[in-house]
Ligand binder design. Structure first.
Ligand code: F6R
Length: 268
């Protein structure tokens, strides 16, 4: 894992945007894995700004979202499809027919839908760079604690903690889904690079468990310890429970030197 600690959340977003821009500018048919939630909103704003400044085109990009609620359709303002439209897709030149969200509508077989989503990712050549946030309970995507570390796209029942954490997005009398389709942990680990963003004090414990805790279904994000190219972008607050902060800061300086001398090498 490469842990990089920034002064604030804006710097986390700017760094994540540079990673995405590098991929898109380097590869002819880039495949992005996307996340929703509060954390990546500032990343998407940075990407929209780059696009408007003429620095970034999404015209050849294919995207796969991590997850989608069940029980609401894509026209619902709470759907993650709607979130992606409003925060990114409507403002850039991406071909929406190449943007995918794992859905399972009424009457559809969830097992078949999950397999079909996995197939679509394979047919696109696999995800080059997967953007992730982390739940306060250590979830990635909606892989809640107890998720199999070998899981694939499927339905997950949300934990009470996740339902409570996300209730801030829902009005008091609004239906809040308790089920979601989500890429599995193995699906996420298949991406060539994973870029996890975490900001704020309420993520500090989950970040500590992910980076230095036991590899365990109790903290699904700890599975990223097995990934060859896991980049963890943190603000100071999210990093605050890590014991080795000075080491990460020092190691990152060495990495920058190595990159300057030998050039960046990302094997997308
Ligand atoms: C969203 C997702 C979730 C969020 C996580 C953090 O697609 O998969 O894992 O990344 O719940 O959410 P925020 O950023 O709202 O704290």
């Amino acid at each position: 894992m490469q842990v990089i600690i920034f002064d604030d959340a804006q710097q986390v977003a700017q760094s994540a945007a540079e990673w995405v821009a590098e991929l898109i500018n380097k590869k002819s048919n880039p495949v992005l894995g996307l996340a929703t939630g509060s954390t990546p909103i500032s990343l998407y704003q940075e990407l929209v700004n780059k696009h408007k400044a003429g620095e970034l085109s999404f015209s050849n990009t294919t995207s796969f979202n991590l997850d989608e609620y069940l029980g609401i359709d894509e026209t619902n303002e709470q759907s993650y499809r709607h979130f992606m439209n409003v925060n990114l897709f409507n403002h850039v030149d991406i071909d929406k027919s190449k943007t995918f969200v794992p859905t399972c509508n009424n009457g559809e077989n969830p097992r078949e839908q999950g397999l079909a989503y996995e197939d679509k990712i394979s047919q696109a050549g696999g995800v080059d760079l997967q953007i992730l946030g982390i739940g306060a309970n250590g979830h990635i995507g909606f892989n809640e604690p107890t998720s199999s570390l070998s899981s694939r796209t499927r339905i997950k029942t949300l934990t009470q903690q996740t339902i409570d954490d996300n209730s801030r997005m829902f009005a008091a009398d609004e239906f809040q889904p308790t089920l979601a389709m989500t890429m599995g942990i193995a699906t996420i680990l298949d991406a060539r690079y994973v870029l996890l963003m975490a900001t704020g004090k309420n993520k500090a414990k989950a970040v500590k468990d992910m980076v230095t805790g036991a590899l365990s279904a109790a903290c699904p994000a700890s599975a990223l310890q097995l990934h060859e190219n896991a980049i963890i972008l943190l603000d100071k607050e999210a990093a605050s429970e890590l014991e080795d902060q000075d080491y990460y800061i020092w190691a990152n300086k060495q990495n920058l030197k190595i990159n300057r001398e030998f050039g960046l090498y990302h094997n997308y």
